[in-house]
Design a protein around this ligand. Structure first.
Ligand SMILES: Cc1cc2nc3c(=O)[nH]c(=O)nc-3n(C[C@H](O)[C@H](O)[C@H](O)COP(=O)(O)OP(=O)(O)OC[C@H]3O[C@@H](n4cnc5c(N)ncnc54)[C@H](O)[C@@H]3O)c2cc1C
Length: 388
């Protein structure tokens, strides 16, 4: 299918594919086992200028007018080889979007070029032990003291935690105002009072670092607040509008990777004197997998293009559709890929069991799929009310 990419997009996709094929795929299983952070691959991604693709040109980026779409294309290609390693890239996008959305000119000048060059990774810190889906229930506090905020609290399960240098941290600055009392503050690694908890041992995306961020009387300049104090929750929601197609692309890449392996295996594996691909029952499975993958891709690309071209408009419902649909597809397709491989698919010697484990998280983070369905339902009902 021709999705009419620009020349630049085709180029960045090709570059990402080369990194996926030559640098990620050969080591994906090792990283899955060791859980080490994939710094050599992050460096290759940086050298290939791929951290620039979602950052505006004037801050050393090369997003042009298609930053979200670019982000999706690169994430998809990298995720075909490993959904955990690709996350170092995608989560940097997630951590950067609050700066792109709500940062002042000075803040953008300060942080975006460092991220664009790949010298510094970013991370997005919203979740806490008692504030997951109900993120507005967060308890991390920031109290203004002169021209500094003093932060206290703990963020949980932060991707790129400990490895990133730049953290967009959501905290309560005015407890009386509920979600309108939440602010987003940039906190840099190395700030006194900012430390990291244990690295989580996970089912999948094991090359990705998932850690606690601990703030104990951590003093941060008040000028690090993104936008006006109290607008943090709005920034978080707008971030998700831009980032959920990225999670969807991670899911899409994992699903496509599994489908490709399943098709190839079906041609090689022989039973009853014939390749298993000759059995119609198996071909039907492959056909269902391929239809779902292509439908996810079409939804993601059209949503990403719409977000890029309708700057400022809320895309909540369609972003939620992308994330929810593509992640459900990834779970189904990777599970079916294991089935196509039979018993071999269940073994660690073959890559499809890892893909099934990696796919699962895409149904959970950046809002579980129950929360996405809720968003979609709300969007439908409020659109209908607007038509009344
Ligand atoms: C590996 C990993 C990486 C992560 N990375 C980050 C990160 O970088 N930054 C960050 O801020 N967070 C991150 N998270 C946190 C993630 O976004 C949350 O786990 C997710 O939002 C769900 O919150 P929870 O786990 O507390 O589940 P809960 O909110 O406790 O939900 C439990 C179950 O209840 C359901 N549920 C909850 N509320 C509703 C409702 N209203 N209607 C219907 N069902 C509901 C959920 O769908 C789920 O099935 C990460 C999590 C993991 C596991």
């Amino acid at each position: 299918m021709d999705y009419f990419f620009t020349e630049e997009q085709q180029f960045m996709k090709d570059v990402a594919k080369e990194i996926a094929d030559k640098k990620i795929r050969p080591v994906a299983a090792e990283y899955d086992e060791s859980c080490e952070f994939p710094w050599p691959i992050v460096e290759a991604i940086a050298e290939a200028d791929l951290f620039r693709v979602f950052i505006e040109d004037k801050y050393d980026g090369m997003a042009g007018d298609t930053g979200v779409m670019n982000m999706c294309l690169v994430t998809e290609e990298l995720s075909k080889a490993c959904g955990g390693i690709s996350l170092a890239f995608a989560a940097t996008g997630l951590g950067t979007f609050p700066i792109i959305i709500s940062g002042s000119e000075e803040q953008k000048q300060k942080y975006l070029p460092q991220i664009a060059s790949g010298k510094k990774l970013a991370a997005f810190a919203l979740t806490e032990a008692n504030a997951g889906s109900d993120a507005a229930g967060m308890q991390t506090r920031a109290v203004l003291d002169g021209n500094e905020y003093i932060l206290n609290g703990t963020k949980q399960w932060i991707t790129n935690g400990g490895e990133a240098d730049i953290y967009t941290v959501f905290c309560v600055t005015d407890p009386a105002r509920g979600p309108r009392g939440v602010s987003c503050i940039v906190v840099e690694k190395g700030t006194p009072g900012f430390s990291f908890g244990k690295k989580e041992n996970k089912l999948g995306i094991r090359a990705s670092a998932t850690r606690e961020l601990v703030f104990q009387d951590c003093r941060v300049p008040a000028e690090n607040v993104l936008g006006r104090p109290g607008t943090g929750f709005f920034t978080a929601m707008k971030t998700f509008d831009m980032s959920r197609p990225g999670v969807a692309s991670q899911a899409l890449g994992i699903a496509q990777g599994a489908l490709d392996l399943a098709v190839n295996y079906s041609r090689e594996r022989r039973q009853f004197g014939a390749p298993i691909s000759s059995f119609q029952g198996l071909r039907f499975m492959l056909a269902d997998m391929a239809m779902k993958v292509e439908a996810a891709r079409a939804l993601i690309y059209s949503t990403a293009r719409w977000i890029d071209s309708s700057k400022g408009k809320r895309a909540t419902m369609y972003s939620a559709m992308c994330k929810c649909f593509a992640s459900d597809v990834a779970m189904e397709v990777t599970t079916d890929a294991v089935q196509v491989f039979g018993g071999y698919g269940y073994m660690k010697e073959y890559p499809v069991e890892k893909m099934m484990r990696d796919a699962k998280i895409t149904q959970i983070y950046e809002g579980t799929n129950q929360i996405q369905r809720d968003e979609i339902g709300r969007g439908l009902v409020s659109a209908a009310a607007g038509r009344d």
